[in-house]
Design a protein around this ligand. Structure first.
Ligand code: LMR
Length: 409
C-alpha cells in the first residue's frame, strides 16, 4: 500500500521560484535561484553559446544519435582541462578518468553512488563513509548523499559574528573526523556564503585533509564566476592535485555556460597512482552505474560546450562572456552596498562586496527574508542568501529600500 506516504514541503529553491512566478505584483525581484540575469533582469544566452549552437546545427554530421555511455569524449576531455589546466600533469600521466553527468547534481549523484559502493578507506565502525559538508552548504548536498546511502555531517564554515570563515573550527573537524572520511569542498564561489578560503587558508585545509587520509570531493559549479578567470577559480582543485590528494571533481557547466536546463556536467576522478588496469576497472564500474540509471547522457548541451572548448575563437569569446557576467555581478554588489549605506540602513554591509561569486549571504534573518517577500515582493532564500545576479540598475534601489524597511521594522 502507498497510503502511508506523507507530504514534503516544497524544495527551498524551486518552491521559491514557483512563488515568485505566481506573484502578480510589480515590481517584483527574484534574488532566489542561482541563475545569471542580464542588466535587464532577463536570462542571458552567452554569445559563445549562441555561436556554438549555430555552428553545431550547420555541421553536416549533426544528428541525434546516442552518445557512448560515458559521454562525448571530446567534451569530457576538454572539460577536464578546464578544471585541471591545459598542462595538468595528472592528465598527461593518464591519472584522470572523466565521465559525463547530468550537470552538477547528476555528477554528485554518480559520485555518491560510486563512493558508497567502492570507497573502502573509511575508519568508520559501520564501514559507511561520512561526507562532511560545510555549514551552511547548498541544501541539495544532504539529500543527494543520503539517497546514495552515505552518511552526512557538517564542518563549521561561516562565522555569523565575524562574517568570516571559521577556519579553526573547519580544521578541527578535519582532524577529528574518522580517518578516510570524505570532505566536500566548494571549488570556488562558495554556495551560499560567497566566502572562499584564501590561498593560505586552502593550503592549511588541504594539508589537514592529506595528513588525516581523507578523500576530497570538489563541487565545481561556478568556475569563472568568482574572478572571471578560469585559472584562478580552479586554484584550490589544482593545488589539491599537485599535493597528490585522492580526489573527485563534480563539474557543472550550468552556470558558467548559462546552460541551466541542458544538464551539462562531468565527474573527474583524479588517481594518485598511474595504472591503466585500474583506470579501465573504474571506468567499467562507472559505466555500469550510468547505463543502469540514465543509459547514456544527453547530447545537445555537451555538443555545444564541446564546440566552445575545442574552438579557440569560441573559447576566447566564452572567457569574455565569463568576464561580462562576473564584472556585472561585482558592480551590483557595490551598487547594493552603496544604496544601503546611503539609506543609513543599520548595520555594516561591507560583507556584500567582500563576498564572491553568484551569492551574498546577507545576514538578514528568516523573519526579515519573509517580510521582504510578503511586503515587498523581493525573494531570497530563507537563510538570507541573495543571488546578486538578480540585481540590476533598474531594481537595486528598490531592493535596498525594501531591505532598509525590513531591517528598521
Ligand atoms: C542554486 O543554488 O540556486 C542553484 O544551484 C540552483 C539549484 O539547483 O539549486
Amino acid at each position: 500500500s502507498l497510503e502511508h506516504i506523507s507530504l514534503l514541503p516544497a524544495d527551498p529553491l524551486f518552491g521559491l521560484n514557483a512563488r515568485y512566478n505566481a506573484d502578480k505584483r510589480s515590481p517584483k525581484v527574484s534574488l532566489g535561484i542561482g541563475a545569471y540575469r542580464d542588466s535587464n533582469g532577463k536570462p542571458w544566452i552567452l554569445p559563445s553559446v549562441k555561436k556554438a549552437e549555430e555552428l553545431l546545427v550547420k555541421d553536416p554530421s549533426y544528428n541525434h544519435e546516442y552518445l557512448p555511455i560515458s559521454g562525448l569524449a571530446e567534451f569530457t576531455q576538454a572539460a577536464a582541462k578546464v578544471i585541471l589546466g591545459n598542462d595538468s600533469i595528472a592528465i598527461k600521466e593518464k591519472r584522470v578518468l572523466s565521465i559525463q553527468s547530468l550537470s552538477g547534481t547528476g555528477a554528485l549523484h554518480f559520485a555518491g553512488i560510486f563512493l558508497k559502493k567502492f570507497y573502502k578507506n573509511t575508519k568508520e565502525t559501520d564501514g559507511i563513509p561520512t561526507v562532511y559538508v560545510s555549514s551552511p552548504t547548498w541544501g541539495n548536498h544532504f539529500q543527494i548523499f543520503q539517497s546514495a546511502g552515505l552518511k552526512t555531517a557538517t564542518y563549521p564554515y561561516w562565522n555569523n559574528d565575524t562574517k568570516k570563515i571559521d577556519l579553526k573550527g573547519f580544521i578541527n573537524t578535519i582532524n577529528d573526523a574518522p580517518k578516510g572520511s570524505i570532505f566536500l569542498l566548494h571549488a570556488c564561489a562558495h554556495n551560499p556564503t560567497g566566502l572562499d578560503p584564501t590561498h593560505e587558508q586552502w593550503l592549511q585545509i588541504l594539508e589537514a585533509i592529506k595528513v588525516n587520509g581523507h578523500f576530497s570531493l570538489f563541487d565545481s559549479a561556478y568556475q569563472g564566476f568568482t574572478s572571471g578567470s578560469l585559472e584562478e577559480d580552479a586554484w584550490a582543485v589544482r593545488k589539491a592535485v599537485e599535493l597528490k590528494l585522492p580526489l573527485l571533481i563534480c563539474q557543472s557547466f550550468a552556470k558558467n555556460c548559462g546552460m541551466y536546463g541542458e544538464r551539462v556536467g562531468c565527474v573527474h576522478i583524479v588517481l594518485t597512482e598511474i595504472s591503466e588496469d585500474l583506470n579501465a576497472a573504474i571506468l567499467s564500474q562507472l559505466n555500469r552505474i550510468i547505463r543502469s540509471e540514465i543509459s547514456n547522457p544527453p547530447a545537445y548541451g555537451a555538443k555545444v560546450v564541446s564546440k566552445i572548448l575545442n574552438n579557440p575563437e569560441l573559447r576566447s569569446q566564452w572567457e569574455q562572456d565569463l568576464k561580462t557576467m562576473s564584472t556585472r555581478i561585482i558592480k551590483m554588489r557595490y551598487a547594493l552596498r552603496d544604496e544601503l549605506v546611503a539609506l543609513k540602513t543599520p548595520g555594516n554591509w561591507d560583507h556584500i562586496v567582500n563576498q564572491q561569486g553568484m551569492f551574498s549571504f546577507t545576514a538578514l534573518s528568516a523573519e526579515e527574508v519573509k517580510r521582504l517577500e510578503e511586503k515587498h515582493a523581493v525573494y531570497l532564500v530563507g537563510t538570507g542568501r541573495a543571488s546578486i545576479a538578480g540585481l540590476n540598475e533598474h531594481n537595486v534601489k528598490f531592493v535596498a529600500e525594501a531591505i532598509h524597511e525590513v531591517v528598521c521594522h
